[in-house]
Design a protein around this ligand. Structure first.
Ligand code: BMA
Length: 827
């Protein structure tokens, strides 16, 4: 800490909080309610220093650059006692020629971090009035209502969010290196995909070369494992940055496809820079070739909003994505892969990199390229109004340039979006709409605030996308009905964030009413499971209203909402772990019904991204995978709801309409078998019919009149089972219950579970004579994932579930089972 004499070992990449933790100076920040005692850290200044030795030769290089990939955030960089540069943007890559600062032998690099709180307060005072920042948890930080997050180009969620803690970090969060240049180096390559189809790929490789010594050089492009260059150019380079374009083409290219639509072929392109016959630099990268279009065509219902990849109209299936940790240096490569792979395994093809987080590390995009996960990419602005002074705008502009240039080669990125929810919150031009932000300001302040917005999101950012990308669309804000048209739940043109369910306290049935062209957000909270709760609490915290658990619930009315919905729909268990379980099942059922309602409206609706796939700390949230990477019930449900073939049950008045959905590339005639059964499996009625499964649209196959059905059967004791088959192959199966869960007369289900071990896996064979609803399996102390969980076990069905062993043998009585049947009977 600045002003103290003690120096502690530190890590790069890292941050002050995790360095203090490693040095035993602070307790584990996420444990219990430690957060509130660690708020002092962001109000201090900190210094990082490191010494390094340069041998006598190295300083003789023609140019040595200090490359700072990420400093969080306000710093003064000093080398050998001489000031080098100041930084004020966590998202920028700073680079400085330090040739003349370095010495042979020992060198000392010092980076002083100035508190973002102190800096923010100064800027707030200078502006003279506060700006809206609804998720900035200033009170936890001891700042009362002073929202300083908006003044600093730093991950917005660090200041708190309605699913995350407030830890305003400081530190060297990305690598620092010295780049030694003798003559020239390749600084950046842009593979601009000008035309891509199955016959041909026309690409411009736009290469920036930093030449220290002007002269004749040669640039060659090659494919991995192919010695001959595919294109080359001799260039006379001037001293400084030179831009050279090498056009090339590939005939019959292997294309990159989103997950579920084809392979994710990646070419490994390399570029080498030669002086004479000597290679002086090489850079290579995996590149997926695909075309992307955002299709916005007026139609009889409004205006379309969907992605066309390689000429195919793709229904986007997925979720919103936030950073995986409040302390970014703790996110390992395994964790990144776990989340992206989970998305792919769950039949998702898109994640939305949400604007309150970060422009992710390269590895995240490499994984999305590899797994076929398309990205809707926000710029990092969310739920706030921002200043519009020249320094702020220039800083934001440079940040956008740095990141568009760093990320534009990734096949996975499909769209650049200006921000999250600012347009809808401010709602310019209509005093009655929005989140009541405008009303707090005098007319001249309002004009000023909107001008800042307009300049940044309608001018600067689209210009940068146009200048540095040109192959992807820019969308100013999510949600938005169109450029200059605010979104609302009736929008028939752009994207919608639908929060009537949850924030608006509307019933789940509203998911069947509010369906737009692209549903980029909707969500419902749940608690983590017991295994996860144990990791950050003590047994006496195990009450959702305990001080500790309340501090891990960041949505003001979160617990109350969960309980209110549960009281209407489910039994509310007294037992804590059972309450967690019911919360997860309720969340899963809600989001499943929303996903399938959206799919039933294909092609009117062409995207469904629920809020949110992951967590940045342990606690109650809308996530489907918790902080410890445990899949909640929702992740298992999403996997089925997003499957290539799925069945939608669409309640509409007193009928239930049944749709079949397909993302398979060939249409096919299938058998649709439906049966009304009681909970013992007795078939009360059944029928098989033919239907065509179509790629282009969801197909309504039949409907059931609930009222009529109730005349012949007690609807709380029956269910509808649908199986879709092609010959003997089952394509999809699902069940529908005609009553809300708490009214179902579920019998006690005596589940038989045969447990054995095979190939390091636990194999459990389950069966039950009666229907067992939402069968939840777990093994204490083992957080491996079951191949399926929270599923309905149908009467007479034999189901095999597997799980990788947690090191040791697991015996039959260590496998625990909980069902909704048990919960209903107990409560
Ligand atoms: C959305 C997001 C987030 C927020 C979430 C839950 O609209 O954009 O800002 O965390 O709602 O309230």
């Amino acid at each position: 800490m600045k002003g103290e004499s003690e120096w502690l070992p530190a890590e790069v990449p890292g941050c002050v909080h995790t360095d203090l933790l490693k040095n035993d100076k602070i307790p584990e920040p996420f444990y219990r309610n430690n957060e509130k005692n660690l708020q002092w850290i962001d109000k201090k200044d900190w210094i990082y220093r490191c010494s390094f030795v340069l041998d006598s030769l190295q300083p003789e290089h023609n140019k040595i650059l200090l490359n700072l990939e990420g400093l969080d955030t306000y710093t003064k960089v000093v080398l050998n006692g001489q000031f080098v540069l100041e930084t004020d943007n966590m998202f920028r890559n700073y680079r400085k020629d330090v040739t003349h600062y370095l010495v042979t032998g020992n060198n000392l690099l010092e980076i002083e971090f100035i508190s973002p709180i102190t800096e923010g307060l100064k800027k707030l005072e200078a502006l003279g009035y506060g700006l809206p920042a609804v998720n900035d948890l200033s009170e936890i930080g001891g700042l009362g209502d002073k929202k300083v997050s908006v003044f600093t180009r730093k991950a917005p969620y660090h200041y708190g969010w309605d699913w995350g803690p407030r830890f305003v970090t400081m530190g060297i969060w990305r690598p620092v290196e010295l780049i030694f240049l003798d003559k020239a180096r390749i600084d950046n390559i842009y593979y601009k995909q000008s035309l891509i189809n199955t016959e041909e790929a026309i690409i411009d490789a736009i290469i920036e070369v930093d030449a220290v010594i002007a002269g004749e050089y040669r640039l060659e492009l090659y494919k991995e494992n192919e010695p001959d260059a595919i294109a080359a150019i001799d260039a006379e380079l001037e001293s400084g940055i030179n831009s050279i374009t090498i056009p090339f083409s590939i005939s019959s290219p292997e294309l990159w496809w989103p997950n579920g639509a084809g392979q994710q072929h990646l070419y490994k392109f390399g570029t080498r820079l030669l002086e004479g016959n000597t290679v002086i630099d090489t850079v290579s990268q995996h590149i997926g070739l695909r075309s992307v279009e955002l299709i916005r065509e007026p139609d009889s219902l409004g205006k379309s909003f969907y992605f066309r990849i390689n000429g195919e109209n793709i229904f986007a299936k997925g979720a919103n994505y936030i950073p995986n940790d409040n302390f970014l240096n703790l996110v390992t490569a395994e964790k990144y892969e776990n989340i992206v792979k989970s998305a792919a395994e769950s039949n998702m093809n898109m994640l939305r990199v949400w604007g309150g987080g970060i422009y992710e590390n390269d590895i995240f995009y490499e994984l999305c390229d590899r797994y076929g996960i398309m990205l809707w990419h926000d710029f990092m602005f969310a739920c706030s109004m921002y200043p519009g002074d020249d320094a702020f705008l220039e800083n934001a502009e440079q940040e956008a340039i740095d990141n568009v240039k760093r990320l534009r080669n990734h096949a996975s990125i499909m769209l650049w979006c200006g921000n999250n929810e600012i347009d809808v919150a401010w709602c310019e031009g209509d005093m009655d709409c929005g989140w009541s932000w405008k009303q707090q300001y005098k007319p001249e302040q309002r004009t000023e605030i909107w001008k800042s917005y307009d300049t940044l999101f309608h001018n600067i950012l689209p210009d940068i996308v146009e200048t540095y990308d040109q192959t992807r669309a820019y969308w100013p804000s999510s949600p938005q009905a169109d450029w200059g048209v605010h979104s609302n739940y009736n929008s028939t043109t752009g994207d919608i964030h639908y929060w009537g369910v949850w924030h608006g306290n509307e019933p789940f049935s509203s998911y069947f009413k509010v369906i737009g062209r692209f549903m980029s957000e909707y969500g419902f909270q749940s608690f983590p499971d017991m295994q996860s709760i144990r990791k950050f609490t003590l047994p006496h915290d195990w009450d959702i209203n305990s001080e500790v658990l309340l501090s891990h619930q960041r949505s003001g009315y979160g617990n109350q909402r969960i309980i209110d919905y549960m009281e209407k729909l489910y039994p509310v268990p007294d037992e804590f772990s059972e309450l967690l379980y019911v919360s997860q099942v309720m969340q899963a059922e809600a989001i499943k019904s929303a996903i399938l309602a959206h799919r039933a409206h294909k092609p009117y609706c062409m995207g469904s991204l629920y809020w949110q796939i992951n967590d940045c700390w342990p606690g109650a949230s809308w996530s489907s995978i918790d902080y410890y990477t445990s899949w909640k019930a929702l992740q298992f449900f999403a996997k089925k709801a997003y499957a290539p073939v799925a069945i939608s049950f669409f309640p509409d008045g007193d009928i239930v309409r049944i749709f079949i959905n397909s993302d398979l590339d060939t249409d096919k005639i299938i058998d649709v078998h439906y049966a009304i059964k009681d909970f013992s499996g007795t078939v009360l009625s059944e029928e098989t019919m033919n239907a065509t499964l179509e790629y282009e649209r969801a197909v309504e196959v039949f409907s059931i009149k609930t009222e009529q059905l109730s005349k012949s059967h007690p609807i709380s004791e029956i269910f509808l089972q649908i199986d879709l088959a092609e010959g003997k192959k089952t394509l999809a199966s699902d069940c529908y219950f005609f009553e809300i869960p708490k009214n179902l007369k579920l019998p006690s289900a005596n589940i038989s579970a045969l447990v054995k071990t095979e190939n390091n896996h636990l194999v459990i064979e389950l069966s039950s004579e009666k229907l067992a609803k939402n069968v939840y399996l777990w093994v204490d102390g083992c957080s491996s994932r079951f191949s399926d969980n929270y599923f309905d076990l149908l009467p007479g069905e034999k189901k095999i579930v597997t799980m990788p062993l947690c090191g040791q043998e697991i015996s039959q009585n260590e496998v625990h089972i909980l069902t909704m049947n048990t919960i209903l009977q107990q409560n």
